[in-house]
Design a protein around this ligand. Structure first.
Ligand code: BTN
Length: 320
């Protein structure tokens, strides 16, 4: 109910909405509306009430709750269902539970903070309250399981595009899906799936975007290798504008894959790549080796020329 009230008030763009209108639209009493308005004020919303005019939003706290997202969302599939937490262990874990219970395609799980945020290769992910965008998206694509990496590459491209639109910052993608700025990590993507031999039941794409995390507050182990958009720009960046733009870009690319296949995404990914053409170290699942990153194939695997042969790397980490 609160998120619906917020959506209506935001859509009025600072104008008044009468208590009677709200009550009618939401099929509840005016007293119920008033109680929800009081609760929203307790959450930090500045809402002005004026007799005969109604309510208007003067200022909103920086939250990624459903009311804020719905007021700005530009998509038709992704983010239409929002599961929101002030704090949770990991949005990926929750999204997997929701997906297993049948959550529809496009559902997102968003949290202001993660206590046990997870990264790739069993690492952790630092996710302080209201400083970043920590969210997971549930997709049910008609792909084969071996095509799942396509979703990860798609997510990295979508985020890179959205970051440029909202901040003007040009980022690079390190295979498979780290978003870097000047060699420092800005965004991580963790894709997990549940599949049969010949079909994917669901894919969860977890995205962690360091938006307003200050370098000073980062834990020692990531201080020198991570950065954030606010550190780069020297000013706070709107999390809600970036999240809704990421969803818009993801939806565009996802529909593009369904219409035209993976080729256009692969082309875009290559434009953002900071890995291709570089001499790299590959830390694979079973071995470590060196070579030149020459291409990625149609499944998103990295092709590395070791001097003796072309190795096809499907999972692991690379350092440039
Ligand atoms: C990486 O190691 O680069 C991937 C990091 C992914 C972090 C995001 S934050 C939201 C989602 N929930 C998690 O527990 N992890 C992902």
């Amino acid at each position: 109910m609160r998120s619906e009230i917020l959506t209506i008030l935001h859509k009025a763009k600072g104008g008044y909405v009468s208590g009677a209108d709200l009550a009618e639209k939401l099929a509840v009493s005016r007293t119920a509306i008033w109680k929800h308005i009081c609760a929203l004020k307790d959450e930090g919303y500045q809402i002005e009430s004026k007799s005969r005019s109604g309510y208007r939003i003067v200022d909103s706290p920086d939250l990624l709750n459903p009311g804020e997202i719905k007021a700005k969302i530009k998509t038709e599939i992704l983010g239409q269902k929002i599961i929101y937490y002030k704090e949770i262990g990991s949005t990926n874990n929750e999204a997997k539970l929701q997906a297993a219970k049948g959550a529809r395609e496009g559902t997102i799980v968003v949290s202001e903070q993660q206590g046990t945020g997870r990264g790739r290769l069993s690492r952790g992910w630092y996710s302080p309250a209201q400083k970043g965008i920590w969210f997971s998206l549930i997709l049910r694509p008609g792909f084969l399981p071996q095509e799942a990496p396509k979703c990860t590459l798609m997510a990295a491209v979508a985020i890179a595009k959205a970051i440029f639109t909202i901040t003007g910052i040009e980022v690079g993608i390190k295979w498979p899906n780290d978003i870097l700025y000047n060699g420092k990590k800005l965004v991580g993507v963790l894709t997990e799936m549940n599949a049969e031999m010949d079909r994917i039941n669901y894919i969860v794409i977890g995205m962690g975007i360091n938006v307003n995390v200050s370098n000073k507050e980062m834990p020692e182990e990531i201080k020198d290798i991570a950065t954030s958009l606010s550190e780069i720009k020297g000013e706070t960046v709107s999390r809600i504008d970036l999240l809704t733009q990421v969803l818009a870009e993801l939806e565009n690319l996802y529909l593009l894959i369904k219409e035209q296949g993976f080729a256009p995404i692969l082309k875009l990914w290559k434009q953002y790549s900071v890995t291709l053409g570089q001499d790299i170290k590959v830390i694979g699942v079973n071995e470590t080796f060196y070579g030149k990153a020459v291409d990625i194939d149609d499944f998103g695997a990295l092709l590395v020329d070791t001097g003796e042969k072309i190795e096809r790397v499907l999972a692991g980490d690379v350092s440039i």
